[in-house]
Write a protein that binds this ligand. Structure first.
Ligand SMILES: Cc1cc2nc3c(=O)[nH]c(=O)nc-3n(C[C@H](O)[C@H](O)[C@H](O)COP(=O)(O)O)c2cc1C
Length: 360
């Protein structure tokens, strides 16, 4: 039915669409809707502790025994840097004054723990069909333990070199994340964001470089994008931004409003929210402090100082300090139940590919 069925067979799904894990913006409800429709639902674990992960997984399993993906970050934990932190807080001081917040009351930290022993124990307990990683892979012993559970391992590559690296360390499929993608760049062998290839260029080059199947991600939000990814040699797509306006997503109201009004030229890569470059819609803090600030502490430490500004502003109905993650195709997003969206994307892409095949 599809030109490449390897991801369908690898994971045991019917529609080659993976709902991107979106920490803070998606949970069990979205994953259930996508998996039940035949795609792969994902549960982002980067911002959750073990109890919340267990609860999300339990909620998913109560509804369906279909495949699911547990997603983790694999960043190196940075050493605290008091001078950098102080500089960052000084950079934000005027906002603290404006919002009547006391900077001395803000605890340091980052709220994101990389995949570790505890995360691995959870995977061994839950036994999801798929485990995905962003920012590289955990140490080999942990990868081995995940593999032993029977889970398929997938991870994001933003360059051909990263794709080869991931394949060489046991990934069953590679997510080729083009520069158009919303949210954090998955880059881990380079920090040169300016040199990151777009999806159209990256996918076929990764397909040529690795033997495992490739999942295209970044800027795919309608059937044309899904069909194009298959023409480029992908065996599935991973879609994030395209699901953010679904009723089942946890997208905050202000974020939804921004997405509904988004244009093609309104996203940038910014590090002001976490310390790592991520694509989102421009708002006040991005415009005034970023988009890329040399003063931001290393990921994820920059987020501690921004958190209280965000919370206070959101309480007042403002999205001036909120991350409005979105990819370049945000304007193609639809307000549609996620199951319906998944089935429509799959069926309409298949029709386009069949039309193309007849024409050829
Ligand atoms: C709101 C949002 C949050 C994201 N959070 C995560 C995450 O927690 N883990 C992850 O692996 N990728 C995350 N991503 C990146 C996606 O996996 C994927 O690469 C991206 O959504 C694809 O591009 P698109 O948004 O244009 O569809 C996030 C993306 C968005 C838009």
């Amino acid at each position: 039915m599809w030109s490449d069925n390897r991801v369908l067979e690898l994971i045991g799904i019917e529609v080659p669409i993976l709902q991107a894990p979106m920490a803070g913006s998606s949970g069990a409800e979205l994953a259930i809707a996508v998996s039940t429709a035949g795609g792969l639902g994902s549960l982002p674990c980067a911002l959750l502790g073990p109890e919340r992960i267990r609860a999300e997984y339990g909620a998913f399993r109560q509804q369906t025994d279909r495949p699911v993906n547990l997603n983790f970050f694999c960043h190196a934990t940075p050493a605290p840097d008091a001078a950098r932190e102080a500089g960052w807080r000084a950079r934000l001081a005027a906002y603290y004054a404006e919002l009547d917040l006391d900077p001395d009351q803000v605890p340091p930290g980052g709220g994101r723990v990389p995949f570790d022993e505890a995360g691995c124990a959870l995977v061994e307990e839950c036994r999801p069909q798929v485990v995905s990683f962003h920012f590289g892979l955990p140490e080999p012993a942990l990868v081995e333990r995940v593999k032993k559970t029977g889970a398929r391992i997938i991870a994001s590559a933003t360059t051909v070199a990263e794709a080869r690296w991931l394949e060489g360390r046991g990934c069953d499929a590679i997510i080729a994340q083009g520069a158009e993608a919303g949210g954090h760049r998955g880059l881990f062998l380079t920090d040169d964001v300016a040199a990151q290839p777009g999806t159209m260029a990256l996918v076929p080059q990764v397909v040529d470089a690795v033997a495992v199947p490739v999942i295209a991600a970044g800027g795919i939000a309608d059937p044309r994008g899904v069909a194009a990814a298959f023409m480029l040699g992908a065996a599935a797509v991973q879609i994030g931004t395209g699901y953010l306006q679904c009723p089942e997503a946890l997208t905050a109201p202000g974020h939804r409003a921004a997405l509904a009004a988004a244009r093609d030229d309104e996203t940038v890569l910014t590090n002001v929210f976490t310390g790592r470059p991520a694509r989102g819609l421009v708002n006040r803090i991005v415009r005034e402090v970023g988009p890329l600030s040399a003063e931001a502490p290393a990921f994820p430490l920059a987020s501690a100082a921004v958190g209280p500004l965000r919370a206070r502003a959101e309480k007042a109905g403002s999205r001036d300090f909120s991350p409005l993650w979105a990819g370049q195709a945000a304007a193609l997003g639809r307000v549609m139940p996620a199951g319906e969206l998944t089935r429509w994307l799959g069926a309409a892409a298949q029709a386009l590919l069949a039309q193309g095949a007849r024409a050829r």
